[in-house]
Design a protein around this ligand. Structure first.
Ligand code: GTP
Length: 336
């Protein structure tokens, strides 16, 4: 199954940076060396066996943008599975960005119009990027206002917005959610994962894609903020406020309640393991598996299938990790 992903947005908004972090082994600081993309850069990423991503990184300089919307219109906008439009929240000469922003929104609207004709079923994701550069006290309000405007301008097209930065896990969060929507039969995978968690008395089980470490699926039996146990799977959490959908949840909202876990913990793990893997390869050591033991829990991170890693978190001290390892080995064929 082949999916065409368009990565668009004005020049310097961060498209190639995010692609290089997610799909290659770049570190955030490496992106400072990137030059402007000339026209469109195509990359093909084999993702999860039969899913192949055809990524079009569309250089955002004005002349290119004009040509996508005119002479290359059909070529660029046909057969699109996903449009990811990257908005630079602070770029341009004016830090409050009204002029640059308005221009960007106009291009965005033109892209939506082209998409409507050539790929009417494409999903649209809006990444409000470089959030790290927005003053921390203003992030929420800036984000909500921008999302509100984008929803209005998108008219009848449903959009999924995300606040992102290459400097933290929000990038992995957004891309994990995007990829999640592309995986065929993800419900079946989740069902098997929940069963695997039960068999192992695991608190949490997460499946990551092997090269990007994006979260593909997860199941959790850990208590929520109130300490009550619940079963959750990886579908998008519904936000009560539509304008704040895609904004990272504040895990300190529970005050001193240490039972409250960071809702972005899996994406944080993606970020950490990816950087560990990059450090290993610098030492010319291959990254294979990882085991963590603390007072409160143990975790195993190991290869599941040729395209995935699994992480099993166990908080019951009676569960033997050797048994979990054996179960992972037994489950490999089943998950392939
Ligand atoms: P074109 O190829 O011209 O369309 O630009 P682009 O959208 O691909 O931008 P690129 O990825 O080259 O990034 C431009 C600059 O933005 C680089 O110096 C990056 O380091 C920086 N950048 C990208 N993402 C972020 C981010 O989340 N935060 C901050 N602070 N800087 C970022």
């Amino acid at each position: 199954m082949k999916k065409k992903i368009l990565l668009m947005g004005r020049s310097g908004s961060g498209k190639t940076s995010m692609r290089s972090l997610v799909f290659s082994s770049y570190r955030p600081s490496d992106t400072r060396r990137l030059g402007s993309t000339l026209d469109v850069e195509h990359s093909h990423v084999r993702f999860l066996g039969n899913l192949s991503l055809n990524l079009w990184d569309c250089g955002g300089q004005q002349a290119y943008m004009d040509s996508y919307l005119e002479s290359q219109r059909h070529q660029v906008f046909s057969s699109v599975g996903v449009l990811i439009y990257v908005f630079d929240l602070v770029g341009g000469d004016d830090p409050d960005g009204s002029e640059e922003w308005d221009k960007d929104v106009r291009y965005y609207k033109d892209c939506l119009a082209a998409l409507k004709v050539h790929s009417p079923t494409a999903k649209v994701f809006c990444l409000l990027h470089k959030m790290d550069l927005v003053d921390a006290t203003r992030r929420k309000s800036v984000y909500a206002a921008r999302v509100n405007e984008l929803r209005r301008k998108s008219e009848d097209i449903a959009i999924s917005p995300f606040a992102t930065s290459i400097w933290d896990e929000t990038l992995y969060r957004a891309w994990s959610r995007i990829i999640h929507t592309l995986i065929p039969q993800v419900g079946v995978l989740e069902h098997h994962l929940a069963h695997f968690a039960d068999v192992n008395s695991a608190a949490e089980v997460v499946v990551f894609e092997r090269s990007t470490f994006l979260v593909i699926s997860r199941t959790s039996r850990i208590g929520d903020a109130s300490g009550q146990s619940e079963r959750t799977t990886s579908n998008l959490p519904a936000s009560p406020n539509l304008d704040l959908e895609g904004f990272p949840e504040d895990h300190n909202a529970g005050g001193k309640d240490t039972r409250r876990l960071n809702p972005e913990r899996f994406e944080k793990i993606s970020e950490l393991v990816k950087s560990l893997k990059a450090s290993c390869s610098k030492l010319q050591a291959g990254f294979q598996a990882l085991e963590v033991q603390t007072e409160n829990f143990s975790a195993i991170f190991d290869v599941l299938t040729p395209n995935t890693y699994i992480m099993v978190v166990v908080s019951d001290p009676r569960v033997e990790l050797a048994a979990v390892r054996l179960n992972i080995l037994q489950a490999k064929d089943h998950f392939e």
